[in-house]
Structures are given as C-alpha cells and as structure tokens.
Design a protein around this ligand. Structure first.
Ligand SMILES: C[S@@+](CC[C@H](N)C(=O)[O-])C[C@H]1O[C@@H](n2cnc3c(N)ncnc32)[C@H](O)[C@@H]1O
Length: 340
C-alpha cells in the first residue's frame, strides 16, 4: 500500500547533520574543540558556508560554543575578507553537545547511530538522482572518501541483524572447527567474526581501501586474514570448505555474478559449499525497492530471481543441490561444488 497519503516533512535536519558528518565537522570537533576559523582551515571548508551551517547546528542542539577566542583563530581571521571576519566575531571554541556525542560517538548509548548516518545521507543523495538515472541509465560518478567508507561499514554493521541466524544454516552438517571460510565482500566483519568465533579459519576478501580500514579494527588475538583483491578480477586461491557471499550479488549484474560463481567454484574443495545471502527478486518483500538502491548506486547491480541464481550455479553442472533458505528479511542460497 502506498504510504504517502499524509504530507511528509522534508528531512532538512537529516541532510544538514549528515552533510556536517560527511565533511568531518563532528569527527574533528569530537577530537578537539576548536574555533570556526580553525575548523574551516582544518577541513578546508568555506568560512561563510561553515558559519551558516554551524549556526544552524547550534540552534538544533548539536554544537555549543564553549570558550574564549583562541589566538590562532585571530591569525586565521586576519587573512580573511573583513565581512567574513566580522561574522566570526566571537569565534569561541565549538564542541559537540552531550546529546550529539551520544548520537555519533558513544556506542553504548541507546541513541547511538554513529557514522551510519553518513551512509543514510549518501543514500538520500543518490535517490534524489533517480530522474537523471532514468534519462541516462547510469548513476552519477562519485568519489568515495575515507569517511564515506567508514559510514558504509557502520551502516552494514547496523543492518546485519542476527549474524548467528545467517551463519547457522551455512554451517549445517559441517564441523566448524578448522573449517576454511572465504568471506567475499566481508570487510564489515559482520559474518567473518561469528564464523571465526565458531572456530572457522576465515579469509576476508574485500577492496584494498576497506581491508586497510578494517584490519585496524581487529581486536588483539583476532586471527581473521584480509585479502585486498577485487573479486571481479580474481578470487583468493583456496581450496576453501565454504565461500560466503553476503550482499554482494546485488552490486553486480548477471554477467559479473556468473563469472564470480565460476571463480568461487575454482577456489572451493570438491563438495565445498557456496552460501549467497541476498534479497531474491519475487521472493524477498524488499527486493524490488532494494533494486532501486542499486540502480542509483551501481552500474549493473539489481536484485535477481531464484531462477537466475539457479541458472548461474547450475551452468555446466558446476554446483548441485541448489536450495533456498528463508531468513527474516533476506534469503540464503546454498549449493555444493559438484564432485565430478
Ligand atoms: C553490501 S557490503 C556487504 C558486507 C557484508 N558481506 C554483509 O553482508 O554485511 C558489500 C561489500 O563488498 C565489497 N565489495 C564490493 N565490490 C567488491 C569487489 N569488486 N571486490 C572486493 N570487494 C568488493 C564492499 O567493499 C563491501 O565491503
């Protein structure tokens, strides 16, 4: 049922706060409170635009001004046009309010949303481009900065509801201790960690940027191995007992998925298992809407039917025993490498 019968408010606050987070304003001020002029210099931002945004963030209760003007901000101001220097007249130190700290940085707070907000902001931005995508058939080119990657990782962590209910059917009938698992696109570690906790020996293959960021987040003693390799080019050499493909089939089109399933086949032991977690078109209720997200963010991505998965897996009888396991929001497709 359409739900837009009631008027909806434009998400102005979300866009303002998301933009501030994305440009590093909150991270910088959380690290060290500083004046507006120092902040503009540190993040390479336009002073007039920053002043307007900061005033709005103060009025909404995200930032406060806490102290006297600092000497270094006076020297920055001396190089500014006089009208802008006048707008920064007080130019005391800016800091996050307690409520903003709880929202963005204190993971144990019940209001915590963290860097996932940057991803929400980016999603809204790309959905606003649907008219252009409809005309051109391609999403706009976008650069990904470190904070975007961090935001994406945080959002993936938030979206991964119950990892245990996902890994249990993947491991059914197998002995987890010592089992070799290849987690393709597993950078956020949502599933790599629970597999490792079961005793599996886990290799995460993801992009170099993601591996570099997430390797630093391993806890002491965590033995997950990272392979910074584009899986549309090659897959880590195995042989593995299990290959887990969590939410990656929707990023690519039929051609890339078929090629990936072939590569995974070569990396599995005979009888080894492939486990694909995704929204399956015509089966998962969210699949049609999720495909729009891929339309505006990827070149060939979308959501695929069970018939398509079956076709890719059963091509040249590579995999057998293809089956669909329903989960709460998504589906798992399981199959074994045929032992010919
Ligand atoms: C949607 S996230 C899924 C994360 C996790 N598997 C999950 O289910 O929560 C997709 C992941 O695949 C990675 N990825 C996308 N394309 C890739 C490629 N060509 N090579 C390696 N990793 C890729 C992304 O960096 C990201 O970490």
């Amino acid at each position: 049922m359409p739900t837009l019968a009631q008027p909806i408010a434009a998400p102005n606050e979300l866009l303002l706060v998301g933009a501030a987070f994305k440009t590093g304003i909150f991270d910088t001020l959380y690290e060290t409170p500083m004046s507006l002029t120092e902040l503009a210099e540190r993040r390479n931002l336009d002073v007039r635009a920053l002043w307007t945004v900061i005033e709005a963030l103060k009025s909404l209760g995200y930032l406060i001004e806490i102290a006297e003007p600092s000497p270094s901000s006076e020297s920055v101001k001396s190089g500014m046009p006089s009208d802008l220097a006048a707008s920064c007249a007080g130019d005391g130190k800016l800091a996050l309010t307690e409520a903003a700290e709880q929202l963005f940085f204190l993971e144990n707070s019940e209001n915590y949303i963290g860097h996932a907000l940057i991803h929400t902001f980016n999603v809204i931005r790309s959905w606003s481009q649907i008219p252009e995508v409809l005309r051109k058939g391609q999403p706009a080119e976008r650069d990904q900065e470190e904070l975007d990657i961090q935001g994406f990782m945080a959002a993936m962590k938030k979206n991964a509801k119950s990892a245990v209910s996902v890994i249990r059917p993947c491991l059914e009938g197998l002995t987890p201790s010592g089992l070799t698992v290849l987690d393709l696109g597993g950078g956020p570690l949502n599933y790599a960690r629970p597999f490792a906790a079961e005793g599996c020996i886990v290799t995460v293959q993801d992009t170099p940027e993601v591996c570099q960021l997430m390797e630093k987040q391993l806890a002491p003693g965590e033995t997950i191995r990272f392979a910074p390799i584009d899986f549309t080019e090659s897959v880590v050499e195995g042989p593995f007992d299990l290959a887990f493909l969590g939410n990656i089939s929707h990023i690519y089109g039929p051609k890339e998925n078929l090629a990936l399933f072939r590569r995974v086949h070569a990396a599995l032991k005979p009888g080894g298992r492939i486990a694909i977690l995704d929204f399956v078109r015509a089966v998962s209720p969210m699949a049609a809407m999720f495909a729009v997200n891929m339309l505006v963010n990827t070149k060939t991505g979308g959501t695929w039917t069970m018939d398509q998965y079956r076709q890719w897996l059963e091509e040249e009888k590579r995999y057998e025993n293809v089956r669909l396991v329903p989960l709460e929001h998504q589906h798992l497709i399981l199959a074994e490498k045929a032992s010919q």
